[in-house]
Design a protein. Structure first.
Ligand code: MG
Length: 387
């Protein structure tokens, strides 16, 4: 089998609080008629959204004529041959991620097995999710508590809230020091959610890498008694030693990784004892097999993996395939509860999500396909559909 063409398109629509719901898809065509589709992050503000697509099309000539069953060597060829062009960085590693996903979709279809079967089998049949929650314009503790209760009533056993967009956003946006008034406000928000949901629901808090070191330490210590599932990115991602200082200063569980890519960056995080849980974004970090490598490196440190996820059902199905195949999976983010058309975008065994869980697809390949009609109606900013 030979690769005959590689195409990409961008699909999505800005929705209130939908975050990264502008997705790049890669489609790889073969001379045997098999077609694979993979998803990756669009690398950039929603206003543009085409950086990853451009990177995919730049890599296309390296793939034409190659055997798509050779995913490992093709992945390493793309990664290594572009090293001086920045293959460890966005958007090229995102492009390689989408290509690698599309190749695994082809291999699974060619062999008639779901991707988890190519990864050694599955430890679980369904994937536990947590609900990413937004209180909207209302920044009151009551509004946060109500949103948390809504998610729990939908069946979720874990919820996550952002605290950096609240009163903190009114501060200096360059030093990100959390003053006494704002610190009290965000601690009140976390307390209100915990009181509303009790201690049998998991609660994670995201700081989006926005706080300075003293603010991060003050905050994570102040919420120690609230037994959080984790505090996410309490400081920016660039300085691992600063994050390690936060972790050393508090008993609050520290999680990071949505801005780290490939096994090498996660190995460094773990060796430097900078976090307790890793959260790679599987539409960014390198691909399906790279995610398995990252998870297994973490497993050797007794560290769980709880991937960041803002993907469509296709990218999320790929995440389910690989998270089914690793022992130390904890739970997966679901960011699309506010997106009314989220389930409609793809075909497969529905509903994809029920009571806070996602079934691991059993169809060959990734197990979920774009619905062409819906996808075409959601093309981003004048883009065309795989041509
Ligand atoms: Mg985050």
């Amino acid at each position: 089998m030979k690769i005959t063409d590689v195409q990409a398109c961008v699909i999505g629509r800005p929705e209130p609080h939908s975050g990264g719901s502008v997705w790049t898809f890669v489609r790889i065509y073969t001379d045997e008629g098999l077609v694979g589709t993979g998803e990756c992050n669009s690398a950039g503000p929603a206003a543009s959204g085409f950086a990853t697509k451009e990177a995919i099309l730049t890599l296309k000539p390296r793939l034409i004529g190659q055997d798509p069953m050779n995913v490992g060597p093709l992945y390493e060829m793309l990664r290594r041959s572009g090293r001086y062009g920045g293959t460890s960085n966005a958007p090229i590693i995102f492009a390689i991620t989408g290509i690698e996903n599309a190749l695994y979709d082809i291999v699974g279809k060619a062999l008639g097995v779901p991707v988890y079967q190519l990864l050694g089998g599955k430890y679980r049949d369904k994937i536990r999710l947590y609900a990413d929650c937004h209180a909207g314009e209302d920044e009151s503790p009551q509004a946060y508590a109500e949103k948390a209760i809504e998610a729990v009533e939908d069946g979720y056993s874990a919820v996550k809230f952002d605290v950096d967009h609240t009163g903190v956003g009114k501060l200096d946006r360059f030093n990100w020091t959390v003053g006494a008034k704002e610190m009290s406000h965000i601690i009140n928000l976390v307390q209100a959610v915990r009181e509303a949901i009790g201690y049998e629901i998991d609660l994670a808090i995201d700081c989006h890498g926005q706080f300075d070191l003293p603010s991060a330490i003050t905050f994570t210590k102040a919420v120690e008694n609230l037994r959080l599932l984790w505090v996410e990115e309490p400081v920016p991602a660039e300085n691992i030693d600063a994050l390690a200082q936060v972790k050393a200063a508090t008993s609050t569980v520290i999680c990071t990784g949505e801005n780290q890519y490939t096994r090498f960056e996660f190995l460094e995080l773990l060796q430097r004892q900078a976090c307790d849980i890793i959260m790679p974004d599987l539409a960014k970090a390198g691909g399906i097999m790279e995610a398995k490598r990252i998870a297994e490196i973490a497993d050797a440190f007794y560290v769980p993996i709880a991937p960041h996820n803002v993907s469509s059902p296709l990218g999320m199905a790929a995440a389910c395939q690989v998270m089914a195949s690793v022992p130390n999976f904890l739970l997966l983010e679901f960011h699309g509860r506010d997106i009314t058309w989220w389930e409609d975008l793809c075909d497969g065994d529905k509903p994809f999500i029920e009571n806070g869980w996602m079934q691991v697809p059993n169809k060959p390949g990734i197990g979920v396909e774009l619905n062409d009609e819906v996808a075409k109606s959601l093309l981003w900013n004048g883009d065309t559909y795989f041509d």
